[in-house]
Write a protein that binds this ligand. Structure first.
Ligand SMILES: [Zn+2]
Length: 297
């Protein structure tokens, strides 16, 4: 079984842990190209997208969705990410063009880029029920541990979350991946202690993905003493559901005088989708139609 752009759900057969493994190379590379991101912001937004996919996959069902807002007051600004329960994610950073000095080992300085003076907010939409929001302060600005803190505080799920991105010298995404290891209620304390001791000493999951893409092998690197059983796997994608019709509705929300100004002074309008970078052009004639429809309401 090869892990190619997939999210794999597994359990250890001794019922100690539930494991999610994510190969998100194409998700992060698509985000990089869509938003023209730098090395710094590819890594930061990439980690956010991967962590949100893992979170969505572990807490959502059916048609539920979630929106993550993360802002640590750092130079990249805030991050807004949407994900559903089926492996689709989209999102953007406020300042996608920021590039910061790299750490001595060549890595992106994620914590400095994100900042630590801020919050992680998760809004869950659940069909017709009112959306549910929960917010926690950021603990490290490294994103993985911030999501683990959210899971512990807001969902009462004890977990370890690791997300990472490896870039080539041109800034293209070589590998990107994540894991979420959840401690099950009857987990053995010795096994938990062994995991806590091992995880900080392992290479990042994106580094592991440069040599192994088989989820069972990856799980064996993370949990060498635990037999793992794969339960399911699904594709993941960076994708947006925006459309020109949707932005026509937003334009209809402008006042008549604002629309007239766009028609007479700008002779049209260009609207950009923040989530995916898609650009939609509206000609003066199309804006006239929107204005005319508005008049009928
Ligand atoms: Zn879009």
């Amino acid at each position: 079984m090869v892990m190619d752009q997939e999210l794999v759900k597994a359990v250890t057969t001794d019922h100690n842990f539930r494991v999610l493994l994510l190969n998100g190379q194409s998700v992060v590379e698509t985000a990089r190209l869509s938003h023209h991101l730098t090395k710094t912001t590819t890594t930061v937004l990439g980690r956010g997208l991967l962590a949100t996919l893992l979170l969505a996959s572990s807490v959502l069902k059916g048609t539920e969705g979630l929106t993550v807002r993360l802002n640590g007051q750092g130079p990249v600004g805030g991050m807004l990410i949407d994900a559903d329960a089926h492996g689709t994610v989209k999102g953007y950073l406020q300042h996608g063009q920021v590039e910061l000095p790299f750490l001595a080992n060549g890595d992106v300085d994620v914590a400095s880029a994100v900042g630590t003076d801020g919050f992680l907010e998760v809004l869950k939409t659940q069909g017709n029920l009112d959306p549910y929001t929960s917010t926690v302060p950021l603990v490290t600005g490294q994103i993985g541990s911030d999501f683990a803190y959210y899971l512990a505080k807001s969902e009462q799920i004890n977990s370890a979350v690791g997300v990472s991105v490896v870039l080539d010298e041109h800034g293209q995404v070589k590998t990107a991946g994540g894991y979420l290891i959840q401690t099950l209620p009857d987990a053995d304390n010795t096994a938990i202690a062994a995991l806590e001791e091992r995880l900080p000493r392992l290479p990042s999951i994106a580094t592991m993905l440069t040599t192994a893409t088989d989820p069972v092998k990856l799980a064996a690197m993370l949990l060498p003493d635990e037999p793992v059983k794969v339960l399911s796997q699904e594709q993941v994608a960076f994708a947006c559901d925006c459309s020109k019709a949707q932005f026509a509705q937003s334009l209809a929300g402008l006042s008549s005088s604002e629309l007239r100004q766009l028609i007479t002074e700008d002779h049209g309008a260009e609207v950009v989708c923040h989530f995916c970078g898609a650009r939609y052009q509206f000609s003066a004639t199309e804006l006239q139609q929107i204005l005319a429809e508005k008049g009928k309401l």
